[in-house]
Design a binder for this molecule. Structure first.
Ligand SMILES: Nc1ncnc2c1ncn2[C@@H]1O[C@H](COP(=O)(O)OP(=O)(O)OP(=O)(O)O)[C@@H](O)[C@H]1O
Ligand SMILES: [Mg+2]
Length: 251
């Protein structure tokens, strides 16, 4: 039986009269890779902000690992094992790559030595080892995104949420990012991924949730989603549909 790790229940978030998330419910089970997709302005980042404690939802609940985390602080939520990246990367730019990752590692580590060991491990895993002494502000966009992931991994999460971690990356970098997601997942990590690069996430997702104008309009396997009329109309478009018919066998 799948065990729900994250449960979003009837979540609504408003900015004045704008309903950015409208009664959204879905579950991410332990060990799954779930993608959250939808057009610009659909409410994906807002939902991440509500789940991770940056916003307090107007109504609804967020349950993580069996506990109600609605309205808890980001710090509390991170300590419980749920963490996220930002769509706009925010490294501590005057600190080195290693120091950035160390700040995450200190959350759970009992000693400086333990934090440093964990940091070294994460830097190697994310291919940042050779750049560990560079200032974070001087990294390329791809490496800044890697650093976001590294900082997050150093907090030893049970589940990670990635907000457009592949945007602006070239094909090779996207491939590396996908491989990292798959490797993390093989090692037991649960992932919720917001992404516009369909070719990258469809093959690695167990399930896909689709938002449009704040509402959940579909949920299912990648196969079901790419063939869903409403999703094609709202987001994927006819071109993707035609393409997906050719690559259906590969998904
Ligand atoms: N802090 C805010 N104050 C007011 N309106 C906001 C705020 N944040 C988001 N919105 C609005 O909420 C809606 C959802 O925005 P959100 O950033 O969540 O979309 P998104 O799905 O992440 O889009 P994108 O794919 O472009 O990143 C948009 O209409 C946006 O303008
Ligand atoms: Mg967004």
């Amino acid at each position: 039986m799948p065990r729900p790790l994250l449960e979003v229940q009837n979540l609504t978030m408003k900015f004045g009269s704008l309903v950015a998330n409208d009664d959204v419910s879905f579950v991410v089970n332990e060990g799954e890779i779930v993608s959250l997709i939808g057009p610009n302005g659909a409410g994906k980042t807002t939902l991440f902000n509500c789940i991770s404690g940056f916003y307090k939802p107007f109504s609804g609940k967020v349950i993580f690992d069996g506990k109600d985390i609605t309205g808890k602080s980001t710090h509390q939520i991170t300590s419980m094992g749920l963490t996220r990246t930002f769509q706009i990367v925010k490294p501590l730019k005057d600190m080195t790559v290693k120091e950035n990752v160390l700040t995450g590692a200190f959350l759970h580590a009992n000693s400086k030595r333990e934090a440093e060991n964990l940091t070294d491990q994460v830097l190697r895993m994310t291919h940042l080892w050779d750049k560990k002494d560079m200032l974070a502000g001087s990294l390329t966009i791809a490496d800044k995104k890697r650093l976001e992931v590294a900082r997050m991994l150093a907090t030893k999460p049970k589940m990670i949420m990635l907000d457009e971690a592949m945007a602006g990356l070239n094909k090779t970098e996207i491939k590396e990012a996908m491989e990292l997601c798959v490797n993390l997942n093989k090692n037991g990590m649960t992932l919720l991924i917001v992404e516009h690069v369909m070719e990258a996430i469809m093959p690695i997702s167990n399930r896909v949730v689709v938002l449009n104008a704040g509402r959940k309009i579909a949920e299912g396997s990648p196969q079901q989603i790419i063939n869903n009329e409403e999703v094609i109309k709202a987001y994927l478009g006819e071109r993707y549909y035609a393409k997906s018919r050719q690559i259906n066998g590969g998904i």
